[in-house]
Design a protein around this ligand. Structure first.
Ligand SMILES: Cc1cc2nc3c(=O)[nH]c(=O)nc-3n(C[C@H](O)[C@H](O)[C@H](O)COP(=O)(O)O)c2cc1C
Length: 176
């Protein structure tokens, strides 16, 4: 598939078929995330795959509140993206340049995961709205942050057209 077609195919899926996802396909997504770039090649992430139904149900409930993310439990797999400590050089760079490289790194790796999923006919939804404390407790990740969850499964909906800013709104050449 042409890369731009793949990018357009990736969407936030909020309805999933109950069909389980094979371990092989999940590992394919993890491999794509593993290859993601990161500041000073720090790779400050750990992807925790949750497919055990009882635990997944609890994590899904931690994502659903105030009318948001009620669909989370439909996904047969939830992946928690845990932020790990950056390596020394990335930490120093982060402080000197006042940029939270690890958050950027996690975002890029998450998108690698989602694009690989889309390339294999799977659907994903990145979730930033969830009870992080509760998920931390459920997964025993101590004081590490969990910036994102990813829902993964076979999508039950159609591909939607993208709602995006125009090219001339989101880009310019040679001046701001
Ligand atoms: C950092 C981040 C957090 C998000 N959190 C949620 C969320 O908690 N619930 C949800 O339904 N969608 C969430 N989304 C999905 C966005 O709403 C979605 O990417 C955006 O509307 C564009 O739609 P598309 O992904 O279908 O192209 C999140 C996306 C990102 C990148």
């Amino acid at each position: 598939m042409d890369f731009l077609d793949l990018v357009k195919r990736r969407q936030s899926d909020r309805r999933f078929e109950p069909t389980p996802v094979s371990k092989e396909l999940v590992v394919g997504c993890l491999e794509a995330a593993r290859m993601a770039p990161s500041a000073c090649n720090s790779q400050p992430w750990k992807f925790v795959v949750i497919d055990e139904p009882e635990l997944k149900g609890k994590v899904a409930r931690a994502a659903a509140s105030m009318g948001m993310n009620k669909f989370a439990d439909e996904a047969p797999v939830i992946v928690a993206v845990v932020m790990e400590k950056m390596n020394f050089t990335a930490r120093i760079g982060s402080v000197i340049k006042d940029k939270e490289y690890s958050l950027l790194d996690v975002g890029i790796a998450t998108e690698h995961f989602c694009l690989q999923a889309a390339s294999m006919g799977l659907g994903t939804c990145i979730l930033g709205w969830f009870n992080e404390k509760e998920v931390n407790k459920l997964l025993h990740v101590g004081n590490r942050r969990i910036p994102l969850l990813i829902l993964l499964g076979y999508p039950a909906g159609e591909i939607r057209p993208k709602a995006r800013k125009r090219l001339d709104e989101m880009s310019s050449w040679n001046k701001y």
